[in-house]
Design a protein around this ligand. Structure first.
Ligand code: TRH
Length: 355
């Protein structure tokens, strides 16, 4: 059996925001560091990566700018080619794949969903209509039948050695907050609902300290609420903010998963789709999560159109359930931690198919 570490090309087109680059980077880094693969990340917007990973050049991943629009010449495809989120591989690369023996493992890494169809669609193959090539669909997900979730092998160890006092000192946060202050991290899409959330927090019977990564606002106080901007943190250090906070407002895909791994109550701002198609995805997750029913009013209020669902009362009821939500978050985190991570499942798939 050939155990030589394989080469792998990961193609990434940044549609918007950080998530596409964030997921591809996390996977690339883990395949290199934990599985010894030689990964080349071909990305159309390396500048997005620079924000997430200030020290890219010190990592084992080879990053190359890929002009996704015009394609480029690739004469030496890797035995594993991953196209992230349906970004099409360049024609010259596909042409070169045809003459490879054995055939390369060609994967389409899909978006995460908790919907049950992911169980059935993970691993499905699609034969190229003209060429003798097969592409497999790799669906991240929450069950053993899916591709799983990205989680580094040293995640627990990093969390156990995290010192919240160091983080507070470094970012000028007070270490003498009033007792029972809730620390909340807020990472969301622009939304007209934000003023309503701020009002609910400002009226809160508890003090709230909201930490705003990447915000250019100045620190200020409104009623019970203190708002503190933080710099946009490197991806590795964003975990620290999630560990420090009592509640994490997250969005998209990668920060959503990281908040679950952090084992703290979370509020998800899902990536919006036309005609509220994303709400089915949100519902599917709430159904899987141990206390989804208790989180639903706030999650819906935060994701539906303003006025569709009352945010103020939903926030109050969410906070009143915090002890239960804390327990559920820990239980969910343990469930996820017991599962095999996405990179390991991908490596297993490769070994089963090609070696
Ligand atoms: O940025 P996102 O909204 O990304 C996306 C994109 O919209 C994408 O097109 C869509 O398909 C996908 O979501 C579902 O949210 P996400 O996925 O959470 O990615 C943000 C990344 O940024 C994540 O890795 C965490 C990281 N991050 C930092 O590294 N530092 C920070 O300070 C913050 C706030 C986030």
């Amino acid at each position: 059996m050939n155990r030589k570490p394989p080469r792998c090309d990961i193609f990434c087109k940044v549609i918007d925001n950080f998530g596409d680059a964030a997921v591809c980077w996390r996977l690339s880094r883990q395949l290199c560091r934990e599985h010894g693969w030689k990964v080349r990340l071909l990305i159309d917007r390396p500048d997005v990566l620079d924000k997430l990973v200030p020290n890219v050049s010190s990592e084992p991943v080879i990053v190359e700018k890929w002009d996704g629009a015009s394609g480029c010449c690739f004469t030496n495809p890797a035995p594993i080619a991953i196209e992230a989120f349906g970004c099409d591989l360049p024609k010259s690369y596909i042409d070169a794949m045809i003459s490879m023996a054995p055939q390369p493992l060609w994967l389409n890494l899909e978006y995460l969903t908790a919907e049950s169809w992911a169980d059935d669609c993970h691993g499905l193959e699609s034969r190229h209509p003209q060429l003798p090539l097969v592409k497999f669909f790799f669906f991240p997900g929450f069950t053993d039948k899916t591709g799983g979730l990205l989680r580094e092998a040293d995640y627990e160890q990093r969390r156990n050695s995290f010192d919240p006092a160091d983080f507070r000192r470094e970012f000028g946060l007070p270490d003498n907050e009033p007792p029972e202050t809730l620390t909340i991290s807020l990472f969301s899409y622009p939304t007209p609902l934000l003023p309503q959330l701020i009002t609910a927090w400002a009226d809160s019977p508890l003090s709230i300290h909201a930490l705003l990564p990447g915000s250019t606002d100045t620190a200020h106080k409104i009623g019970s609420l203190t708002l503190s901007p933080l710099p946009f943190l490197p991806q590795q250090r964003y975990d620290e903010l999630l560990w420090l906070s009592d509640i994490n407002f997250v969005r998209g895909e990668d920060s959503f998963v990281r908040a679950q791994l952090a084992g703290k109550p979370l509020v998800w701002h899902i990536y919006p789709q036309d005609e509220f198609a994303h709400i089915a995805k949100l519902d599917a997750f709430l159904q899987r999560y141990p206390t989804g029913n208790k989180m639903e009013p706030l999650w819906k209020a935060w994701n539906l159109a303003p006025g569709a669902s009352p945010l103020y009362s939903a926030w109050r009821s969410f906070v009143s359930e915090l002890p239960t939500l804390n327990q559920a978050a820990k239980a969910w985190q343990q469930t996820l931690t017991r599962q095999t991570d996405l990179a390991s499942r991908l490596v297993k798939l490769y070994r089963e198919r090609l070696e």
